[in-house]
Design a protein around this ligand. Structure first.
Ligand code: LLP
Length: 423
């Protein structure tokens, strides 16, 4: 029970003497009044600074993993700051292209790319395809036989390194739906096939060990395991994927993107890897850039049990607590640095008891119905995993910068909920 660690807020967050929070020069409570709640507020300077940091750490080939958060405005920010974009489906590819990002700045991922997804990417001159299976090699070969251009490809390798992270977001272990296993020999076979195929221009290898990885040693282990393989095949590129962990709650701390770049580079040097090394950070670029604003609708005290504080969003705008048991902090932007002397359970408005945003949240005890309540570090895998469960419209997104708020995604309307229905 203490004040919110201000280190969890976006770069440009300022708390005035009265405790009111502004981000990007915009008063947060005024944003809630103007745009309504729930609302995602992104600090555009923070986004841009993290993209620049990634480019400085890994070079201009660094890829922003758009699955963490994607809309046209975000695609433009990453592109303008010098990043390439990692797209993992035809849908992400489409949004990035609609934002004006050239195809050759896109890297196409996916463990089950369809022929249509591959055809569009190849025909538009996609930058790289990260090939994930033998079936995909077959598909590319037949597309090229039909006249599509030969793509530059990296092969996704599963190194057999188990990062200690939630099992749903762990990907480097042998038992994985992703990539070609190193231990099974599939990786060697895949390199042999890709190198021999005139339909693929094999330029490198790719590895991604998982997400929300806090310990640098897992990246070092993956690089060590992969090194002999990279050298044996003498390929010019190596992507070490994404996964850098981010602090969500008090007491957590994480390496910066700059630290991560140093760790990866020295591990590669130690392992004798001379390939150009790149990466695909998602969460580390966008998570802390945003806060979500909600309005408190009901407060229900169950004596001797707990106090439920219900807000106007929930698992539809942030499914991470329900999916992964992820923790968040909560605070009141009217008194951001106040002591949080009460413990409550913050829940959403969905028809499920499991619809919990923060199980044991410290909040100021003068919290009342009508207050704007905020959760920090919601910029990654929040809006991108949002749903319309219970027909709750998805929130709006505003980018704030230099005292100006720009709505980049409007709030869904009730009529939007009917937009796909044809009968
Ligand atoms: N590259 C590949 C191949 C990936 O699969 C991912 C994430 C990334 C890069 C970016 O990882 P990041 O830097 O964001 O950790 N929904 C989960 C996270 C799933 C991550 C999936 N892949 C969550 O909310 O924690």
């Amino acid at each position: 029970m203490s004040a919110l660690p201000l280190s969890l807020l976006p770069d440009t967050a300022v708390v005035d003497v009265g405790g009111r929070l502004s981000i990007g020069g915009c008063d947060v409570l005024e944003l809630a009044a103007e745009f309504g709640t729930p609302l995602f507020v992104y600090d555009e300077e923070h986004l841009r600074a993290r993209c620049r940091e990634a480019v400085a750490a890994f070079g201009p080939g660094v890829n922003y993993a758009t699955k963490a958060f994607l809309c046209r405005a975000m695609a433009r920010v990453a592109f303008e700051e010098g990043c390439n974009l990692d797209v993992s489906t035809g849908g992400e590819y489409h949004v990035a292209r609609a934002a004006g990002v050239p195809a050759d700045r896109l890297v196409l991922h996916g463990n089950n790319k369809s022929t249509d997804e591959l055809r569009r990417a190849l025909d538009e001159g996609v930058g790289r395809v990260i090939v994930d299976s033998f079936d995909e090699i077959d598909r590319i070969e037949s597309l090229v036989a039909d006249g599509s251009p030969v793509p530059r490809v990296l092969l996704r390798i599963t190194p057999g390194v188990e990062a200690h992270t939630h099992e749903f977001v762990r990907t480097g272990q042998d038992d994985s739906k992703f990539g070609f296993g190193l231990a099974s020999g599939a990786a060697d076979v895949a390199v042999g096939r890709a190198a021999a195929s005139p339909a693929l221009d094999l330029v490198g290898l790719h590895v991604h060990i998982g997400s929300q990885v806090f310990e640098a040693r897992f990246f070092e282990m993956a690089i060590e395991v992969l090194a002999p393989f990279v050298q044996r095949h003498g390929l010019p590129e190596l992507s070490i994927g994404g996964g850098l962990g981010v602090a969500y709650v008090a007491g957590e701390s994480s390496d910066s993107i700059t630290d991560w770049g140093d760790i990866v580079r020295s591990a590669c040097a130690a392992a004798g890897i001379t390939a150009t090394v790149t990466a695909e950070p998602g969460r580390a670029l966008v998570a802390r850039a945003a806060v979500t604003l909600y309005t408190v609708g009901t407060v229900k005290e169950l004596p001797g049990i707990r106090t439920y504080v219900s807000v106007d969003g929930g698992m539809s705008d942030n499914p991470r607590p329900v999916l992964y048991g992820s923790g968040y902090e909560a605070f009141l932007p009217r008194c951001t640095d106040a002591d949080r002397d009460a413990v409550v359970t913050i829940v959403g408005k969905h028809c499920e008891s499991g619809d919990v945003l923060v199980r044991d949240a410290s909040v100021p005890s003068d919290l009342v119905v009508g207050d704007v309540l905020a959760t920090p570090v919601t910029g990654a895998y929040g809006y991108s995993m949002a749903s319309n469960y219970n027909k709750v419209p998805r929130p709006a997104i505003v980018f704030v910068r230099d005292g100006r708020a720009r709505m980049v995604v409007r709030r869904e309307t009730l009529d939007d909920l009917l937009a796909l229905e044809v009968d």
